[in-house]
Design a protein around this ligand. Sequence first.
Ligand SMILES: *[C@@H]1O[C@H](CO)[C@@H](O)[C@H](O)[C@H]1NC(C)=O
Ligand SMILES: *[C@@H]1O[C@H](CO)[C@@H](O)[C@H](O)[C@H]1NC(C)=O
Ligand SMILES: *[C@@H]1O[C@H](CO)[C@@H](O)[C@H](O)[C@H]1NC(C)=O
Ligand SMILES: *[C@@H]1O[C@H](CO)[C@@H](O)[C@H](O)[C@H]1NC(C)=O
Ligand SMILES: *[C@@H]1O[C@H](CO)[C@@H](O)[C@H](O)[C@H]1NC(C)=O
Ligand SMILES: *[C@@H]1O[C@H](CO)[C@@H](O)[C@H](O)[C@H]1NC(C)=O
Ligand SMILES: *[C@@H]1O[C@H](CO)[C@@H](O)[C@H](O)[C@H]1NC(C)=O
Ligand SMILES: *[C@@H]1O[C@H](CO)[C@@H](O)[C@H](O)[C@H]1NC(C)=O
Length: 631
Amino acid sequence: MAAATKLLIFTAALLMSAGYATSAKSCPNCGNSTVPYPLSTGPTCGDQLYKIRCDAGSLKLDTLNNTYAITSITPSIQRFVIRPANFLPNVCITADIVYQGVQLNSSLPFNITSSNTILYLNCSNELLQSPLNCSSTSLCHEYVNNSGAVASCEAAPLCCTFKAGGSSTSYMIRVRQSGCRAYTSFVNLDPSLPVNRWPEPGLEIQWVLPREPLCGSQADCDDGRNSTCRPDPAGGGVRRCFCNSPLAWDAVVGLCVEDCQSADGCGGKTDRTGLIAGLTSGLGATLFVASISILLYRRHRRIKEALERLAKEREDILNANAGGRAAKLFTGKDIKKATQDFSRDRLLGAGGYGEVYKGILRDGTDVAVKCAKLGNTKGTDQVLNEVRILCQVNHRSLVRLLGCCVELEQPILVYEYIANGTLLEHLQGLKPGGRGLFTWSHRLRIAHDAAEGLAYLHSSAVPPIYHRDVKSSNILLDEKLNARVSDFGLSRLAHTDLSHISTCAQGTLGYLDPEYYRNYQLTDKSDVYSFGVVLLELLTSQKAIDFNREADDVNLAVYMQRMVQEERIMDAVDPMLKEGASTLEMETMKALGFLALGCLEERRQNRPSMKEVTEEIEYIMNIAKAKDVQN
Ligand SMILES: *[C@@H]1O[C@H](CO)[C@@H](O)[C@H](O)[C@H]1NC(C)=O
Ligand SMILES: *[C@@H]1O[C@H](CO)[C@@H](O)[C@H](O)[C@H]1NC(C)=O
Ligand SMILES: *[C@@H]1O[C@H](CO)[C@@H](O)[C@H](O)[C@H]1NC(C)=O
Ligand SMILES: *[C@@H]1O[C@H](CO)[C@@H](O)[C@H](O)[C@H]1NC(C)=O
Ligand SMILES: *[C@@H]1O[C@H](CO)[C@@H](O)[C@H](O)[C@H]1NC(C)=O
Ligand SMILES: *[C@@H]1O[C@H](CO)[C@@H](O)[C@H](O)[C@H]1NC(C)=O
Ligand SMILES: *[C@@H]1O[C@H](CO)[C@@H](O)[C@H](O)[C@H]1NC(C)=O
Ligand SMILES: *[C@@H]1O[C@H](CO)[C@@H](O)[C@H](O)[C@H]1NC(C)=O
């Protein structure tokens, strides 16, 4: 899968250490602009996969069918900005409509970043059904009403706004007769600014960090001392200049540099991270100033470059912090101290993404520290995604991100510490005394809190967020059994995705919306489906998937649907709950069961929204409470 490979390359490169070097293969300047490696304006420089064009002193990007001017390049984060197409005279249509807007070749290592706010103008009515924000208060209306730049669009009633970078918008911003006929884009737009202070329109594009250069023979590989022309073990029948040990490929500068990569990570130790931490604290700086050894000098440069790159990453993370809640940046030293250098006794859990440790900050705050597994690209990606998502939300039923650390070899997130384990652990009696605490009213409250958190994501977060991996092991409980939804690694902002097809499976078996298999789309109603399964777990204390049940009943949702058809819903309820329960309480259990089945409706449009689910649980709680009062 091309995307996966790209990601792999990207992440592998990210984890690789930076080095010092002077660039030898970069292309010459184009007019006033430098052309950083790997961008290539000619056959003898840069990396040929990264072709751009130098046209009479200005840089251009050729898309599938069209050409756009490159207005700026930021090599440290592998991004450049192109100027969107002009509007045709006197109509609200962009000149590139004949090419269906910006269409990148998805086989090339360029994609459209999520820093772009796209305004779609002169849209057809069908767009009203899209997940884009086409309301009369949306940013595009504000722009049309106040910019004067697109006066022709005032007469076009429908326009919509979205953030790019979703799976369907990473290679195109599509305009066409049957959709929207014009677009413009702004990079890192602060929507709170008045329109006259918005930046110039621009569309930001990112490039994937490059692999080692291709070669035909050894003569193509620098002076022959630093690299050797060998067949690429990753396949493709090509040969590349692989760095000779102990040198290693530095994708940013595009050279072989001294390898300072090591098996560091959570639990590991290297002098590099130590040095970085030292440098940050100022202590290391003194050390380096004092040093005259060339080795140390080189190392210093290397660390400096690493720091610069990390600073950029940090900037990105802080830019993502749009919800107004400050995510703190922790140093590697902070994190190591808090977790006693990732001591095994502090390990709270491990999953596909990596590991979670308990930590104690210097001010005594208990925290949970999650780090992506070293070399696990999916994990790294999920952790970075989680930062983006969590920086935008704040609700008492959602786990809180306190900050992150990008200083060690893999991204690390720091959350408030939730003391009492997961809902799954409690339901399965894995927590000492766990299930004993679980009265019916506790369970209802947990259901309500979690539902409220999800409803907030769907209807109060802007843009809406779909969690995409709702399950009982992602619901944390604190000492007072307040529920908090966690693990936003798979979640997505509700993007444009008109033509969204995501082919790699998401979510967890037993919780996954069956409609997903039909159209490969996950929506807010997919979260509703998964939450329905959680409700059934709360009601029955059974696992979502349990191979100890009869073959037909392995899946809890299917099992419960059968029980309801046979009018035996109460037979499936956790016996511990039924013990001593009043008739009225039994009724509320049944009611929750039916609500759960409503969430599991095959057709999405028949499922309630998360907000309706929350209200329904509230209603059930009130009935249950009324009973308490009677007693
Ligand atoms: C190059 O720089 C000169 C002088 O700084 C400026 O006048 C000119 O517009 C620049 N050209 C481009 C293509 O940016
Ligand atoms: C919007 O697009 C339609 C279809 O291309 C075009 O006929 C119309 O003139 C456009 N509206 C405005 C206000 O320019
Ligand atoms: C883009 O160009 C290709 C040929 O290079 C052509 O087949 C295709 O129809 C063009 N697409 C558009 C939208 O113009
Ligand atoms: C897209 O890029 C690949 C790789 O360079 C190339 O082989 C292919 O022809 C390009 N596709 C189009 C439609 O230009
Ligand atoms: C659309 O955007 C406006 C302005 O940013 C916001 O107030 C509104 O809630 C958004 N609507 C939806 C449905 O997201
Ligand atoms: C833009 O102007 C239209 C018509 O004057 C008005 O209905 C709409 O509310 C305005 N929208 C914004 C965001 O200012
Ligand atoms: C775009 O490319 C970057 C850098 O390789 C990558 O991290 C990101 O996941 C890509 N985005 C999409 C939507 O493919
Ligand atoms: C080879 O590597 C050494 C050490 O990193 C460096 O000084 C030298 O410039 C490199 N030579 C080439 C041609 O890249």
